[in-house]
Design a binder for this molecule. Structure first.
Ligand code: 9E8
Ligand code: ZN
Length: 258
């Protein structure tokens, strides 16, 4: 059966088809803030920098386990733990709960946020495509942004206002409006945790340099409700589409702030 988030096909069953689920660098993790190591050279050498070109139209897909925005413009992430390598923005998507008390994949000292936004990039300095990079240990970089209920996020409106038209799995649509991925980021992009991990959904490849921002962004209750009204590939409400934290094993989490 297709993997999902229900009892019958959820995270505890993924190891059957994807044995790497119990690997050495799986994601997400619980970020234990006191154990994270301040690493000035992650910060010192060159600050993390994003250079995104605003999308002139927004391509949305309900892929059966999340809502995804496919990026067509050139967008580059570099610096920080990525060094000089340039990572190209490929897509972004989210994970969320049925209620505000859960929904993020990474947790901070055990605290779960209502949702988590993932901006997925692939290493264009070393590989020729996303598919080529997706299985390489330094192939991907994902920005993790925590979402908390509050004021509406204007840049996210194009997604939340169109969830109703993307109800069923496989639904796609192109919205003729601009979207600047930079405006989906928190105001403070200097303070983050970073560690080596994996895709948080099957195929769970251990190819991701994770960069999780400390500062959450706010979405309105209505915007969070719009996500919960999406329907997954089994015809159920797409909710609680998050993987719980995996074992840290022999890894260190670094932080850029004291
Ligand atoms: N939640 S997340 O941000 O960790 C995350 C980001 C990206 C994916 C990509 C899934 N898609 C994929 O794996 N595609 C693929 C697989 C094999 C080949 Cl050979 C080619 C393409 C999954 C989770
Ligand atoms: Zn994700």
């Amino acid at each position: 059966a297709h993997w999902g988030y229900m009892t019958t096909n959820g995270p505890s069953t993924w190891g059957k088809d994807f044995p790497i689920a119990n690997g050495e660098r799986q994601s997400p993790i619980d970020i234990v803030t006191t154990a994270a190591e301040y690493d000035s050279d992650v910060l010192g050498s060159n600050a993390l920098s994003t250079n995104y070109t605003p999308e002139s139209e927004v391509k949305l897909v309900n892929n059966g386990h999340s809502i995804m925005c496919q990026i067509t413009k050139k967008g580059v992430l570099t610096g920080g733990p990525l060094g000089k390598d340039e990572y190209r923005l490929e897509q972004f998507h989210l994970h969320w709960g049925a209620e505000d008390n859960r929904g993020s994949e990474h947790t901070v000292d055990g605290k779960m946020y209502a949702s988590e936004l993932h901006l997925v990039h692939w290493n264009a300095s070393k590989y020729s495509s996303f598919a080529d990079a997706v299985q390489k240990p330094d192939g991907l970089a994902v920005l993790g942004i925590f979402i908390t209920p509050g004021v509406a996020c204007n840049q996210f409106k194009v997604i939340s206002d169109n969830c109703g038209k993307l109800k069923t799995s496989g639904a796609e649509m192109t919205v003729d409006t601009t979207l600047d991925p930079t405006l989906l980021l928190p105001s403070n992009t200097s303070d983050y945790w970073t560690y080596l991990g994996s895709l948080t959904t099957p195929p769970l490849f251990e190819s991701v340099t994770w960069i999780v921002f400390k500062e959450p962004v706010e979405y309105s209750k209505e915007q969070l409700l719009a996500l919960r009204n999406l329907v997954d590939s089994d015809g159920n409400h797409m909710q609680d589409n998050y993987r719980p934290p995996a074992a840290l094993k022999q890894r260190k989490v670094k932080k850029t702030f004291t």
